[in-house]
Write a protein that binds this ligand. Structure first.
Ligand code: CAA
Length: 266
């Protein structure tokens, strides 16, 4: 296992950012509030992710929390007394759009509670690796509100309407095994193995050619956002555009020469 080194601004208060080779780790760090996503945490997380996205030495971004909580949702105490006008004024959830626009692959590594906005944050990521201790759910309906950072849209796309509707309308919490069976998570591993497995997974993505990773992510996104013909056209264009990259030449030469490719990420 590679020891992570801090290589990003250290003035964040609600997250920690560390680098390990081509993998960047963002750890949510509000332990007293089970990583509830208040405005400061949202701004710091989005700022860190967009900055890492501009850095070609980063091939994968991991977002994780603590053993007890990935994130227990938006910060209820921060928003409880606000009016609709104040919520609009605060643009409470707008910055999450920038997080969802990150082009570098993002991996959610989830242990413990991923509720409400925490679940929605995981759904914004490309891959969700969960510990067997993970718990997912949309408790918002029991608070008199609904998911507000993409939950209703992404859960329907992930698992289909009927199963999504049950989760959103009842607020029922599900464990990692049920999340796995529903197809919400990419994979479930024993809690004790989560960190090592996350490192292996992130490394296996981050060492691939960055232009190819970004093209793959854009094409996968298109499958959710466009019709089939438009998606096929985008995939074909992104595939074709990679033939002007050094990494495509290197990847295919390495295959012929029966060696591992040495990607330069351009
Ligand atoms: N917002 C603010 N504070 C929260 C929080 C949240 N979402 N979740 C937990 N906390 C705080 C608790 O208030 C508590 O603080 P105090 O010690 O100051 O009282 C601390 O974190 C520890 O929490 P608990 O004592 O409740 O811990 P627990 O182990 O007994 O329960 C839990 C854990 C089941 C996750 C419980 O904390 C809980 O139900 N949290 C709220 C979950 C929730 O409803 N999330 C949805 C929020 S709304 C939303 O997310 C909208 C959206 O779509 C953006």
């Amino acid at each position: 296992m590679t020891e992570p080194t801090t290589a990003q601004p250290t003035d964040y208060e609600t997250i920690r950012v560390e680098r390990s080779g081509r993998v960047a780790w963002i750890t949510l760090d509000r332990p007293d509030a089970l990583n509830a996503l208040n405005t400061q945490l949202m701004q710091e997380l989005v700022a860190a992710a967009t900055e890492l996205d501009r850095d070609d030495s980063v091939g994968a971004i991991v977002v994780t929390g603590s053993e007890k909580a990935f994130a227990a949702g938006a910060d209820i105490k921060e928003m409880s007394s606000r009016s609709t006008a104040q919520m609009r004024e605060a643009n409470h959830f707008g910055p999450w759009l920038d997080f969802a626009r990150v082009e570098t692959p993002v991996i959610a590594v989830v242990s413990g509670y991923a509720l409400g906005g925490g679940f929605e944050l995981a759904l914004m990521c490309d891959v969700i690796l969960a510990a067997d201790s993970a718990t997912f759910g949309f408790p918002e309906i029991g608070l008199g509100v609904i998911p507000g950072i993409g939950g209703t849209q992404r859960i329907v796309r992930a698992i289909g309407y009927p199963k999504a509707a049950e989760l959103v309308l009842t607020g029922r919490r599900i464990d990692a095994a049920e999340a796995d069976a529903l197809g919400i998570v990419s994979r479930v591993v024993p809690a004790a193995e989560l960190r090592a497995e996350a490192e292996r997974l992130a490394e296996s993505i981050a060492t691939k050619s960055l232009p190819a990773l970004k093209a793959a992510k854009a094409a996968l996104d298109a499958a959710l956002e466009t019709g089939l013909e438009e998606g096929l056209a985008l995939e074909a264009e992104r595939f074709t555009a990679l033939f002007d990259t050094a990494d495509q030449k290197e990847g295919m030469a390495a295959f012929s020469e029966k060696r591992k490719p040495a990607f330069r990420h351009r």
